[in-house]
Design a protein around this ligand. Sequence first.
Ligand code: GDP
Ligand code: IMO
Ligand code: MG
Length: 429
Amino acid sequence: MVTSANSLKKGGVTILVGAQWGDEGKGKWIDILAENTNIVARYQGGNNAGHTLYVDGEKVVLHQIPSGIFREGQTCALTSGVVINPVEMVEEIKKVQKIIQVSPDRLWLSARSHVISPWHIWLDGKKEKEAQNPIGTTKRGIGPAYSDKAARVGLRLGEYIDPVRRQAWFDRMSYESEDFSKLAKENAEAWEAFHGAAEKLASYVCNAEQNLRAAMQHSQTILLEGAQGALLDINHGTYPYVTSSETCSGGAFASLGFAPKYVDKVYGVAKAYVTRVGEGPFPSELHDEDGAYIAKQGNEFGATTGRPRRCGWLDAVALKYCQEVNGFDGIILNKMDILTGMQEIKICTAYKHPKLGLIKEFPWDGNILAECKPVCETLPGWTDPMPTSGKIADLPENALKYIAAVEQAANCKVTMVGTGVNRTDGLFL
Ligand code: GDP
Ligand code: IMO
Ligand code: MG
């Protein structure tokens, strides 16, 4: 069990997964826990992610590079299940370089990962614009890049950095698609940047999965950084209002190329309330002053797109479901400080459906979920300020009661609590 930032199992693999619809504070917690690991790897998603951390008081938002990069001596890896925007990656490396040195021995980009091109970004925008029911994507080309991967027409990073293979892909796509060919002519600048980034990234591209397996053989401590959240998982999330990758702990193994038996612990990061960006069902969503209060206190705007995040009470039906799907060994209950000052706090412990009555299990069907109303337990709030470090037991009494209610409803122990934005702001058991 993690009792401090130093206590991840040495030589083990720990997975940290978003336990809601993303933006739970994964970046900050990875940065905290990375202090004593050797490698932090991201296994899915792309630059749809926006992970915020504060390094020496300076705010940094990472979209592709894992949030362990600011720890001295740490290696960061992106493995086969990730999609990479090469132009953005070059910019992100430059951004991080201003704070800490980044070199190919500190950043491994999997040759197997798939590349996001201007074509995918254009397609994402077009689909969203023309859709009857848009998903509210980040328009970063994520869905189309994964579609091409599954259709076996994608471009892998290892091929992208080879000018001959990159050109062959480009020519084939131009030949097969009129739209692609048109876009290639119309948007020459974006394509120039796309081709230009290849040389700059080449030295980072490697057999990242093999490196990770070798690191495990040498008893290195590995932390896996989930992006998005379990409810945005392509298989287990609120389909079709999901992202296009496997965000849950099980998805990690396919991407990393190693066996589940090596995993030591899985933690789920959940906000003490819930937010969601984009479309899709959200039973505990608030449209009243409590929702506005949480949005304001929590500064709930997307780290990638700047869109306002929809806010609601903690949904324990969904959290319990995420615990079951991911096998959480503990929940990291984050942003607890945001609820300070509220008179009453609610937890959604069941749903009420007009035809099906009381529902206690998270439904597979988004249409049913959209018709559900939350059934809530009400708890007293607290006004005392919260400690930002130390023990969970040091929290105000009503905050502890709230945590106990979350544990009971979600059937999982809360093992860490977040009460501030900094890399020191974590409470442990
Ligand atoms: P991620 O995508 O899961 O890494 O989360 P984001 O970075 O998109 O959103 C989390 C936001 O909450 C960021 O602005 C963080 O700086 C902030 N944050 C993280 N943990 C805490 C916390 O415990 N308290 C407060 N007040 N803010 C936090
Ligand atoms: P992090 O890692 C919150 C949402 C989008 C949209 C849906 C599909 O910062 O938690 P996509 O562009 O992936 O095709 O969009 O998923 N989404 C996120 N929401 N946090 C994220 O990442 C997200 N990444 C994608 O808003 O609803
Ligand atoms: Mg985010």
